[in-house]
Design a protein around this ligand. Sequence first.
Ligand SMILES: [Fe+2]
Length: 308
Amino acid sequence: MRDLTESNVTEAVLDKIADDTNPRLKEIMTALIRHTHDFVREVNLSSDELLYAARFIQNVGQISDDKREEGVLLGDVLGITALCEILGDRVRVGATESSLLGPFYREGAPAREMGADISHGDETGEPAYIHGKVVDSDGNPIEGVILDLWQTTPNMFYEAQVGQPDPYEDYAYRAKFKTGADGRYWFLSRKPVDYPVPTDGPVGLILDGTGRHSWRPAHLHYLVYKDGYQTIQTELFNSDSQYLDSDAVFGVKQSLVVPYTLNDDPAEAARHGFTGPFYEGHYDFVMKDDASVVDAEKAYSQRASMSS
Ligand SMILES: [Fe+2]
């Protein structure tokens, strides 16, 4: 029997991985073990600190439910989610860039008629008309694309979020729209507002302990999908937000920043059903078809193997 030492304990653990382990699982577990062992060596982690970390992870799970995903938020504030998105976008060059799903996505948003008011008649906040189209790499409109979108209410909480101070209808500020032959989409809402991520859980300890603020720049979340095309998971950010350069979860990319222009034309307002000036936001989504992405993946792996 060989005593474990600082230098051989990592190999001892790696040797336990069975030869017939799923190759991808083996790749991930091998790297995970190597990197976490190196991390422990680098910071000289104490047993007390390891116990604290274990309880931290337990708390992440205990505070989570179907309306709060603290584990997602943890990955977000550590920039891990942003890094995954950046890596994924390498094979979708030319498509609308990705951004975080975030911890507040809810499946089952209702399908709405194009042009619907996703605020369900909310009269707080600032009225907004948001529109654009979905096109392919050649600029051709794509029919039958679903835009599954969600944003906070004007009081800085998602409608179902724990702590929401106002009663909102279930799925307010969430909706699905389906493009027609012209690829266009349009709907009414209230202009998105800056909001803080929740800090009353374990993730808040990280932000507080490292001197970070919890604010996110105002944004609208989108999942844009259709069979045969790469799903776009992204966010569009208000260009006038003061937090564009300091998003607590690192989601902002220049290509996703959208100006909201004040429109005070009474006729235009009336056409959209507004009674006064409103903000107008415009964005066109570009989707890549699955075939072009397969080619891009091959191209990337070839480049990677040539440069290594
Ligand atoms: Fe969000």
